[in-house]
Design a protein around this ligand. Structure first.
Ligand code: SF4
Ligand code: SF4
Length: 174
């Protein structure tokens, strides 16, 4: 199972530290110099504000990767751990963006990647032990989900559901 980063909206305070850390982790330039040079700010996760909650949305590193299946140029591939984009192969056609079920894929200018808009998304900060967004979040709202984490979450939810079923007054009638 691929690992991926997931946000807890109950913890997220919407500070955007994750977006800044993401850009810094992927940029070869100094951030201050990048701002002076007006280089594109292209975080690989997107903070959304909706119905009173905030949370960053990012790639789930899908095992079946519909984005890879849709890509006509072979720019999106999976190595069994992470789904990655080879920007030099990307023609910016947006097919991957159209099929992503969570809206994680983005198209735009990325500093140092390509002169034209290309697809980009979370790559788990390859080369780093911990993704930059997870490491920087001051509210501990982001975590790396592994197969073991997910099994634990599923088990906890089942127990919670069983307790609700056992509560006095619970009825299967709706
Ligand atoms: S935008 Fe790029 S990565 Fe996405 S489907 Fe088109 S060529 Fe492939
Ligand atoms: S970009 Fe979307 S479709 Fe592709 S692996 Fe990530 S979540 Fe899945």
């Amino acid at each position: 199972m691929h690992v991926f980063v997931l946000a807890d909206p109950a913890r997220c305070i919407g500070c955007r530290a994750c977006e800044i850390a993401c850009v810094a982790a992927h940029m070869k330039h100094d951030m201050g110099q990048a701002m002076e040079d007006s280089l594109p700010f292209s975080p690989r996760l997107t903070l959304i504000r909706e119905a009173g909650v905030t949370a960053p949305i990012q790639c789930r590193q899908c095992e079946d990767a519909p984005c890879a299946a849709a890509c006509p140029t072979g720019a999106v591939t999976s190595n069994g751990r992470v789904v990655t984009i080879t920007s030099t192969l990307c023609c910016g056609c947006k097919a991957c963006l159209a099929v992503c079920p969570v809206g994680a894929m983005q198209i735009g200018l990325v500093a140092g990647e390509h002169a034209l808009p290309v697809a980009y998304k979370c790559d788990l900060c390859s080369g780093h032990d911990t993704p930059a967004c997870v490491a920087v979040c001051p509210a501990d709202a982001l975590r790396v989900f592994t197969k073991e984490n997910l099994q634990h979450v599923a088990g906890s939810r089942r127990q919670q559901s069983a307790r609700q079923l056992a509560e006095p007054g619970y009825s299967r009638e709706t």
